[in-house]
Ligand binder design. Structure first.
Ligand code: NAP
Ligand code: F7E
Length: 347
């Protein structure tokens, strides 16, 4: 896939799950990509190391810049310097449970961060398009299916911060005529998912149990339902939203929901194990307020954006389990053989 005229994009959060898939997609399309990364005391670019180019090479297509969504002056400097055609704001404190422990920080980064970007765009006068990473968490306890007209009822500091970001993006679009859009994305996962989100926590535990490193995994609410898709499919939706003639928000999801129990059944089932003996509930993973049921109504995304997911839930979890097994040097066939010898911990 290549576009006729090479474009330039800034991606905040490029070191995250989505940032890494989006960078791959944009580079494939011939974009020049500029990623914002946080300074850390050790390397934090593992997910994009395969894309890295030495800046001394000719025709460099990926450039990384230090920055932080809490540092407004850097946003303006970067936008002025790069003059991007497109900006994808994926950076966030993105963990819902952590947002209860760090509500103020989450508000600053996940909520106000996009205002710094919008103001930087206004101040520099650079003609650009902005994608804001919105979330199905906005719907909170509104009953499923959740679509473009469903009420927002956020139930965490994370969701409240994303709600602020959502409305600010819509306000700037309306008030200043900016091409700025929100993608309201349901949960999307991959082998690159952070290990403290529930899908990866489970698939990683399957591999560690098979490798003999663990005997059980401790989880929280097993009854919650989520609409899980593959991150690779969802970054395509982000890109498609910025290629439209008119800016508009879209809800992106599969339309199918599964419980955490279903997730465990499919993940442990991949290696031929029943899940129940290996899963314990630990109330420390319960949230002060929970979002119980999320399932998208993706009809507008299907019909008007022309987007459809290409990976089923079972394929997604199989890919994640296999990747976690590979980290221990195990193939799926070897894992299935070993499963017969796995010991079950006493209750
Ligand atoms: P992720 O893996 O947690 O990545 C978050 C990214 O943001 C990382 O690159 C992180 O940098 C960066 N970041 C965090 N705080 C920052 C700050 N103060 N300044 C600059 N960068 C900062 O998240 P993801 O799953 O890729 O999600 C991408 C975006 O979509 C997030 O905004 C998330 O809230 C939203 N979203 C995700 C989902 C989902 O299911 N994945 C669904 C809906 C919406 P480090 O690598 O240095 O930590
Ligand atoms: O939890 C339950 C938990 O942390 C999913 C982020 O990308 O998607 C993500 O947020 C469900 C919840 O994702 C454990 O209570 C049970 O009901 O994987 P999660 P999330 O909270 O849905 C949205 C769309 C985003 O925007 C966010 O950025 O699983 N659950 N036991 C557990 N969750 C975790 N993390 N750990 C457990 O042990």
């Amino acid at each position: 896939m290549t576009t006729d005229v090479p474009k330039t994009a800034i991606v905040t959060g490029i070191t995250g799950q989505d940032g890494s898939y989006l960078a791959e997609l944009l580079l494939d399309q011939g974009y020049e990509v500029h990623g914002l990364i946080r300074r850390a005391s050790s390397f934090n670019t593992e997910r994009i190391d395969h894309l890295y180019q030495d800046p001394h090479e000719r025709d460099v297509k990926l450039t990384l810049h230090y920055g932080d969504l809490t540092d407004a002056s850097q946003m303006a400097r970067l936008i002025r310097q790069v003059a991007p055609d497109e900006i994808y704001n994926l950076a966030a404190q993105s963990h819902v449970a952590v947002s209860f422990d760090q509500p103020e920080y989450t508000g600053n980064v996940t909520g106000i961060g996009v205002v710094r970007l919008l103001e930087a765009i206004r101040e520099t006068g650079v003609e650009t398009r902005l994608y804001q990473a919105g979330t199905s968490e906005l719907f909170g306890d509104s009953p499923p299916p959740q679509g473009p007209t469903t009420a927002f009822r956020p139930r965490s500091p994370y969701a409240a911060a994303k709600l602020y970001a959502h409305w600010v993006v819509d306000n700037y679009r309306e008030g200043y005529g900016m091409f700025a859009v929100n993608g309201i994305l349901f949960n999307h996962e991959s082998p690159r998912r952070g290990p403290t989100f529930v899908t990866r926590k489970v698939t990683r535990a399957v591999a560690r149990i098979i490798a003999g490193l663990e005997q059980v995994v401790y989880l929280g609410n097993l009854d919650a339902e989520r609409d899980w898709g593959h991150a690779r499919d969802y970054v395509r939706a982000m890109w498609m939203m910025l290629q439209r003639d008119e800016p508009r928000d879209f809800v992106i999801g599969t339309g199918e929901a599964h419980t955490i129990r279903d997730l465990c059944r499919v993940a442990f089932g991949r290696v031929g194990l029943e899940w129940e003996p290996f899963v314990r509930v630990d109330p420390r993973y319960f949230r002060p307020v929970e979002v119980e049921r999320l399932r998208a109504d993706p009809s507008a995304a299907n019909d008007e954006l022309g987007w459809r997911p290409q990976t089923t839930f079972e394929e997604l979890i199989a890919e994640m389990v296999d990747a976690d097994l590979a980290d221990h040097g195990l193939t799926i066939d070897q894992a299935r053989e070993r499963a017969a010898t796995v010991t079950v911990a006493a209750q």
